[in-house]
Design a protein around this ligand. Structure first.
Ligand SMILES: Cc1cc2nc3c(=O)[nH]c(=O)nc-3n(C[C@H](O)[C@H](O)[C@H](O)COP(=O)(O)OP(=O)(O)OC[C@H]3O[C@@H](n4cnc5c(N)ncnc54)[C@H](O)[C@@H]3O)c2cc1C
Ligand code: FES
Length: 274
């Protein structure tokens, strides 16, 4: 991107707003001319007079539109949630690095998600499903606070039809819930994985990422290099200029947000990003 365009948002009109779970909705936006991204990247999304927030792209690169799943968690995201279809948003990007995945063709894949952390993983999951024959088993281990907080339930059947093995868990069940209760790492005991040919992609709350990565390496035996997570660090510019996201010598906005476990352990030594 040209230097002078780094901070200039492109205005796009919201095509559709799909309520998902409480306080979370997916915004469908048109792709600006020439826009292309890769799974793992994010956008800086702006609303005039309110501000700008980093949001992961949850649609796969080859999908016709951009899908952003946004939780109403504060000042800017709250204002975005008040918008209607036909209203205008600014976007800058795509920003950040991408999930490495071409090198894992022929491997088994395990996605481990917590809460709204399924949104960035969904982009890569669909990208792999579009090229289903290039990957072995694909497992999705996903947990949320309650059954009502499980994101994208309308899509699970389609995932399964495309050969995804899904295991769900919730922290607290309800009268209808017959599935697993417990944190997402309790699902690790229920799957048989060949660690030497499996890559893991993790996203969720910081504490969940920490324990999931540790168990994937220490209990399941996946090599640390093949455990990959996307981190949500506080950001401002998103393009390596303001220093807001820096940990040690890493700019999470441009060196990340996707990191392998050894890099995450290194970052943890300098500053607790969790
Ligand atoms: C690379 C990246 C990708 C992200 N992808 C998504 C996404 O796909 N969907 C989504 O809903 N959110 C995503 N987030 C988080 C989102 O950017 C924050 O929720 C948002 O910036 C909060 O802004 P606000 O003005 O609404 O809240 P504020 O009023 O600023 O803050 C409300 C609360 O949110 C916390 N918060 C503020 N910024 C962040 C942040 N960057 N990460 C975590 N907590 C924060 C604050 O500490 C405070 O507790 C992502 C963040 C990053 C860095
Ligand atoms: S957010 Fe400004 S340097 Fe990373």
């Amino acid at each position: 991107m040209k230097q002078e365009l780094l901070f200039l948002p492109t205005l796009v009109t919201i095509k559709e707003i799909k309520p998902e779970i409480p306080a979370v909705a997916t915004f469908r936006l048109p792709k600006p001319d020439g826009f292309s991204h890769k799974a793992g990247q994010f956008l800086e999304v702006s609303l005039f007079g309110k501000g700008e927030v980093p949001i992961s792209i949850s649609s796969p690169p080859s999908y016709e539109d951009l899908l952003l799943t946004i939780r109403n968690s504060g000042y800017v995201t709250g204002a975005i949630h008040k918008l209607k279809e036909g209203d205008v948003l600014g976007i800058r990007g795509p920003l950040g690095n991408t999930f490495p995945y071409e090198e894992y063709e022929g491997w088994d894949v395990i996605f481990v998600g917590g809460g709204i952390g399924l949104a960035p993983l969904r982009s890569l999951l669909w990208e792999m499903l579009y090229h289903r024959d290039k990957f072995g088993r694909i497992l999705l281990l996903y947990g949320a606070r309650s059954p009502a907080d499980l994101l994208y339930p309308w899509q699970y059947e389609e995932f399964e039809r495309n050969g995804v093995e899904i295991l769900l868990t919730v922290d607290r069940g309800d009268e209808k819930w017959t599935g697993n209760v417990g944190v997402v790492t309790t699902l690790f005991d229920k799957v048989k994985i060949e660690p030497e040919r499996t890559v893991a992609y993790v996203c969720g709350p910081p504490i969940m990422i920490r324990f999931a990565m540790r168990d994937l390496v220490e209990k399941i035996g996946i090599a640390p290099h093949n455990c990959i997570a996307t981190l949500e660090r506080h950001m401002k510019c998103g393009v390596g200029k303001c220093g807001h996201c820096v940990i040690a010598e890493k700019y999470v906005c441009i060196d990340g947000p996707v990191f392998r476990y050894p890099e995450i352990k290194m970052l943890e030594r300098y500053d607790d990003p969790w």
